[in-house]
Structures are given as C-alpha cells and as structure tokens.
Design a protein around this ligand. Sequence first.
Ligand code: SF4
Length: 291
Amino acid sequence: MTVSIDNNSGFCYGVTRAIRTAEEELKRGQLFCLGDIVHNGQEVKRLEQLGLETIDYDDLRTLHNIRVLLRAHGEPPSTYHIAHNNGIEVIDATCSVVKKLQERIHFTYTEHRDAQIVIYGKAGHAEVIGLQGQTNNTAITIESERDLNKIDFTRDIYLFSQTTKSVEGFNHLVELIKAKRSESRTSAIFEYNNTICRNVANRVAKIKAFAAAQDVVIFVGGRKSSNARVLFEHCLEANANTYFIENSNDLKEIVIDRDAKVGICGATSTPQWLMQDVADALLATNQATLS
Ligand code: SF4
C-alpha cells in the first residue's frame, strides 16, 4: 500500500487566519468564540484544549465585558449591536472574501430596495445568516432549484452565492432563472454575481485530478462543513472508491486492499495535522509507505 496526502487540501486562507488569530488572542487571556471556529470537530477540540470557549447567540446576549472572536464565516449586524451593548470586545476574524461579499449585498440592498436579493446557499448556515443580515433578513435563500418558487420572476433579481457553493450548481440556477424569466416575458433586471470563493472553486479541478489518480480516496472532513460535502461529491464523481471520514477512528469501517494506492484529501476546514493523523494510522496498520 502507498499513502499520499493531497498538497492542495487543508485550511484555506480565511480559516488559517481565524485559527492563528484565536491562538494569538488566547495568549492575552480568556477568549470566547461565537459558534464553532471551524466546521471540524477535531480542530474545535484542539483549540478548546488551549482554552477557547465556544458560545452560542443565547450566551452572547447574556454575557458582558468578555472578548469574543467572530469566525471566518462572518456575522450579521445584529451580532455587533449585541456585543456593543454588552461591552463585549470583538475580535473580528471574518474572512476578507466574506466581508467583501457582505458589503456588496448590503450595497445592493440599499441601492435597490424594490428588488429581490437572492442568495444561493444553505439556509441556516452561519455565512448565510451573516449575508441575510445585510438585507435586514429580506433576502431569499435558495438551496436548489426546488426553492425557485420563492422568486417572483417578473421583478428585479440580484443573485449572489454563498462562498462555498459549487460553481456548477450556481450556473445551473442561473440558466433556470433565465428560462423562467423568458417564460414570463419580463423586462425586469436579472443580475447574477458568481461570488463563490476562488479558493474553493480552484480546488475542485485539483482535488478531482488527485482523486482520479488513486485506487482509494479517503476524504477527511467535518460532517457540518458544507465545503467538505461539495468537495467530497467531486471526489466521488472522479473516483467511486471514495470514503468520507471525520477522523482515523472511522478507518475501521473501510476495507482497503493491501496493495492499494491510497490518497488522503480534505476540505478547506480540514487541518493538515488531521490528514497526517489518518495517514499515520494507515501506515501503522498496513505495511504502507508514504509517498
Ligand atoms: S473558503 Fe474562501 S471565503 Fe471561505 S473562509 Fe476560506 S478563503 Fe474565506
């Protein structure tokens, strides 16, 4: 068996920055994080061991005079208001890509009050809550074509995307919306903005090529991570022998041929150390070599 780790997998720029910020700020004293710092339980556990305390919105409303880190996903304006009212010091680790998207959506909302702002994203996802907040929660969230009936095709539409959605899914929706609009013979505006993070979009081709070159692919990711879901699906498309695991314990469920060429990869929220841990577990239980 040979084992290799995909060079292009692992934390993206925004997550790396949020985690570095947490590590630095923990040296200054007690630090809370609003929501899991990253959609990866193993990394959350590691940072909790360093002292990071995860809180939710209910906690935020009741706590005063503490320091709270806002993760890469970003937050709606209401979070900043609560923090301000409660004397909370905000350590803002919102990814700059998400920040820019929030500003664009807010600008569109204020400039085009009668238009429909549509966000292609996962309802309830932290980033989407932050984006919705830029429109006073008036934006329409669509997860797939099943939600298209929420849109009035005779009115102006400004479409944006959550940063971690798939480009194919976005393009598909654009085509469907165009078709619906021509059915309604409308002259209303349809402006679509592919705001998928290049960091994520660029990974698709690379991870597919990596997956296709393996006998077996072990995809390491958090089950709550939407980026992990998307990248896993792409790996599966490229290689039917792809397995999703959260950590090395899950390897027990997988039977791998002893002569197989095994590739380990992961999401933008998967720490490098976790992929290495999975590689070490494979090397320890099989007469494998790391390539
Ligand atoms: S995926 Fe892109 S937008 Fe999201 S945190 Fe990473 S770098 Fe930022």
